[in-house]
Design a protein around this ligand. Structure first.
Ligand code: MN
Ligand code: MN
Length: 273
């Protein structure tokens, strides 16, 4: 654990936490470089800290970056790190890392917010019972989350790969899946709070976000996701931005998209507080 600055967090500040972990990526590594790449691009001076909700984000006041969790043991290090952060503040955004981190992260959020609801943006449902022999693969976190009742509801948007097994899992866990085929611009979602947003960057079309391990064409465009975030009218208490793979990125384009999403998510949380 390398977290710092926990002492300056307050109820009003959004904590930013990095989890540089990609051991549970099935296809290729690289997502562990995500958190530091997002910070690099955020601080490169090419854009300012204004969010479209009308807030100009001030570091130290609206958000504090507490650093990276040094993960040696998947469950305990990630879980304890996030719990420690949530003892100091009410809202946190986690930078991944592959999507496997969502399970221990959300387990910690559930302890603070037992009524938690989840909105997941993803090309994939990540509902596999197990994948290549690993029940904690990045293809499985939402199966673990739902079987342990860590969320009152799970809504998935942007999905475009569904297998018969996933359909079974969807029914078993009563997941509300809005496939890309059923998506249309400005579609309204009925969401409940407290809400956690899990944003897998492969929800975007690879044309907008080439820097992910799994390219799945036919995805969302950034405008649609931003508008959806801006339209949320229930309390947003946590989020993650996962699966940025800088090794696959071009000119930092996906990292900048991750930065944009980070600013909008912080802006939404600040606006609500
Ligand atoms: Mn995912
Ligand atoms: Mn995905």
């Amino acid at each position: 654990m390398e977290l710092n600055k926990l002492n300056v967090l307050s109820d009003e500040t959004v904590a930013i936490v990095g989890v540089p972990f990609d051991d549970k990526s099935s296809f290729m590594k690289g997502a562990a470089e995500g958190p530091d790449q997002i910070r690099r691009i955020m601080q490169d001076g090419s854009s300012n800290y204004s969010a479209e909700s009308g807030v100009v984000l001030e570091e130290g006041r609206h958000f504090v970056d507490v650093g990276n969790i040094d993960v040696k043991e998947y469950h305990s290090d990630i879980g304890n790190g996030i719990s420690q952060v949530l003892e100091q503040c009410n809202k946190a955004i986690i930078l991944g890392g592959d999507h496997s981190i969502a399970y221990p992260v959300i387990k910690s959020f559930n302890r603070k917010y037992p009524e938690l609801h989840i909105l997941q943006f993803d090309a994939h449902t990540d509902l596999y019972d197990e994948y290549e022999g690993d029940r904690y693969s990045h293809a499985c976190p939402f199966a673990r989350i739902m079987e342990e009742n860590l969320a009152r509801s799970l809504t998935q948007v942007g999905i475009r790969l569904v297998t018969p097994h996933q359909v079974e899992q969807q029914k078993k866990f009563n997941v509300d899946i809005i496939t890309m085929h059923d998506w249309y611009n400005n579609r309204k979602l009925s969401l409940k709070g407290p809400l956690y947003i899990s944003l897998d960057l492969d929800v975007f079309d690879p044309g907008f976000a080439p820097g992910v391990s799994h390219h799945e064409p036919g995805g969302m465009n950034p405008r649609e996701v931003i508008e959806l975030i801006l339209s949320i009218d229930v309390p947003l208490v946590g989020a993650d931005i996962v699966e940025l793979n800088p090794l696959r990125d071009h000119a930092g384009i996906t990292a900048m998209l991750a930065v944009k999403m980070l600013k909008e998510l912080i802006g939404k949380m600040v606006k609500q507080s």
